[in-house]
Design a protein around this ligand. Sequence first.
Ligand SMILES: [Mg+2]
Length: 355
Amino acid sequence: MTVDLDVSCFTIPTDAPESDGTLAWDSTTIVIVEARCGSVHGLGWTYAADAAASIVSDKLADVVRDRDPDDVAATWLECGRQLRNLGRPGIAWCALSAVDIALWDLRARMHDVALVTLLPPAQKRVPIYGSGGFCSYSLERLREQLGGWVAEGIPRVKMKLGREPENDPKRLDAAREAIGDAELYVDANGAFTAKDAIRWAHEYVQNWNVRWFEEPVSSADFAGLRLVREHSLLDVAAGEYAYVPADFRNLLGCVDCLQADITRCGGITGLLRVNGLAAAYGIDISGHCAPQLSAHALCGVDRLRHLEYFHDHTRIESMLFDGVLAPDGGALVPDRSRAGHGLELKRAEAQRWAA
Ligand SMILES: [Mg+2]
């Protein structure tokens, strides 16, 4: 029995121009990997440039082909070895992540069990927070989006800021007004210097009761993150650009919560390694993006805080896949009656976005 990988890319325009503290965009590319063994298939993806697809088809497909689908960890290690000269952190690890998730899904479907049961699960449900609040939004759209999540029963929301800091107080006023007592998080995507971030952090806490400050400075600035963490009362978070295990180790002591993106950190096998690190170090993990793909995987995390229910990905995942989970009391709850992660590509509909 051989395992064959098929890979496809789709680029989907955003529903409006979007920006954060340091970047603006108008589309999102998703690279989808399907792993086939006999009549069974597994599905994984990553949000990355379509170059990740070449790494899957030119490099990883050969590694996976003759391996036992149950040997996911051994396959993961060999894929990592084969990526050495391509540069592991970054796009190559996104490619590996999509392959690993497809293989976990394939394995669960071959055993006819829900993916979550293989992990093994430490959680039954994954609390989510609504995430969007782009700098490009009008105050009206900001209120509508953040208030909409709270009305849906999601008691935590996050907005972007730091692009034009002088405009942020009125945006924070609008957000707080729209969400009442719900938890308010902010993400600067690395827009500030450490000293500016500390000054802003005090304002955020005092005036808007903000609980979470994500990437106040660049997540490559470990000393800066540590300084902000030590001089502010809110939780400092980072990790969305952590790929290999050492990237997470480097953030220990610099943040109050590690963010892990299963479409970047080496898929489920990579996430389980981050879980071991976080459990040993006594720090929480929050899932970054790709909410539908993360729901099963994050049930395997001991110290799970929550998962980012990101506007762009929530929209794309409901456009491209059948079997998406709807929020239930502010959480995603894996459906254990379906094999694998329970998601299926809507192939005909996806074709209109083919790269
Ligand atoms: Mg972020």
